[in-house]
Design a protein around this ligand. Structure first.
Ligand code: ADP
Ligand code: ZN
Length: 352
């Protein structure tokens, strides 16, 4: 069974296809396949190993390209290496790249698709909850440099994004938790209904109950799509998606990215709420409700002791800084948020 939803405006010609009860091979035959085109399917070593059997039966005009799993693959020399490979297998301007994987594969495929021959079409098949709910929406891609994470990148929409729950079969619980943090973020900022869904069902979600995951993904994707469609250039509304990320990003940097993104933004959401509480713009009830949910899902809400000394420094250099302040959305209640100008020293004071 296949359901197709087309989003207007910013997601121009970017289709979202949600598939049910189909195997991974059906994705290629049913949703993508065009005999006249060459497809370069980029995936990582973990997915290639876990889905070896299925990927060995791909249609003939597909070439599988495997990159090492993990953030370290996200560098510009990988883009160069992959473009050489595309040339070798004769990928032309009308052919298609397919990214099968989590955020790392998505970022690399998206950037490669926007640079190779000045841009060729690509299709996204996210395989982590994080990528399904978050990074595959909005068209952002990027690679890291010595100077920073995602420093080189573009915004380019895929031809289609295919959401296929069969990939949850192999996804470890810690990766589900990682993605759930982004869903909680969207819920606190924009949807009491989603917050309640997660409150009631987090254990079943972590155990990968597919109908619940489908509802969670659909609701979170709708919220994020609404925001990026309304503010493609990150001028105002899109800042709502940064909730938890100001402190979260600083924490990731201090930990040299050993703290997973979801765990870092969970601590970030709680501490940003505490900043709001201190400034009397977030109610105690809201702070407690969010903290309780984050902890029930299995997240820490305290800063790891080893990060306390240096995190202030990273916050002071946040790229969203405007003079002595950072514009930040904080919850006025669960499911609704307001933009505030938060002095950097108020953020630093909750880190002690
Ligand atoms: P994200 O930013 O989406 O968390 P990554 O690309 O860093 O993505 O993926 C996280 C880890 O999960 C990687 O080691 C990746 O190989 C692995 N992975 C991705 N999808 C699956 C899946 N469906 N089953 C098992 N492991 C997966
Ligand atoms: Zn995030």
């Amino acid at each position: 069974m296949q359901r197709t939803v087309t989003f207007p405006a910013h997601s121009i010609s970017s289709k979202v296809i949600t598939m049910e009860n189909e195997s991974i091979v059906d994705i290629f035959y049913d949703a993508i396949f065009d005999i006249r085109k060459t497809y370069a399917l980029i995936t990582d070593t973990n997915i290639a190993r876990l889905y070896k059997k299925e990927l060995s039966t791909l249609p003939k005009n597909f070439t599988l390209i495997t990159i090492p799993a993990g953030e370290r693959s996200k560098n510009f020399s990988m883009i160069e290496k992959l473009s050489e490979k595309l040339l070798k297998i004769n990928v032309g301007k009308k052919d298609v790249l397919v990214g099968l994987g989590g955020g790392v594969v998505g970022d690399i495929t998206g950037l490669l698709a926007s640079l190779y021959m000045r841009g060729i079409p690509y299709i996204h098949i996210p395989t982590t909850l994080l990528a399904m709910c978050d990074s595959s929406i909005g068209g952002k891609n990027g690679v890291n440099t010595a100077g920073g994470k995602n420093l080189l990148g573009t915004i380019r929409q895929p031809l289609a994004t295919i959401i296929q729950p069969c990939f949850f079969a192999t996804l470890p619980e810690k990766e589900v938790r990682n993605g759930l943090a982004e869903c909680i973020k969207c819920a606190v900022m924009m949807s009491k209904k989603l917050f309640t869904l997660i409150e009631k069902n987090h254990q079943a979600i972590l155990k990968k109950d597919i109908p619940l995951l489908n509802t969670l993904i659909a609701q979170t994707r709708n919220l994020k799509t609404m925001i990026v469609t309304g503010d493609p250039d990150e001028k105002s509304l899109r800042k709502i998606l940064n909730y938890g990320h100001t402190i979260g990003h600083a924490l990731e940097k201090v930990s040299v990215y050993t703290i997973p993104h979801g765990a870092a933004i969970a601590i970030g959401m709680h501490l940003e709420n505490v900043v709001g509480l201190n400034k009397k713009i977030v109610q105690k009830k809201v702070v407690d409700q969010v903290k309780e949910l984050l902890e029930a899902v299995g997240f820490q809400t305290k800063l790891p002791a080893r990060t306390k000394k240096t995190i202030s420094h990273y916050l002071a250099h946040d790229k969203k800084r405007e003079g002595t302040h950072i514009p930040m959305y904080l919850p006025s209640r669960v499911g609704s948020a307001k933009l505030h100008e938060i002095p950097i020293h108020d953020l630093q004071s909750v880190l002690l």
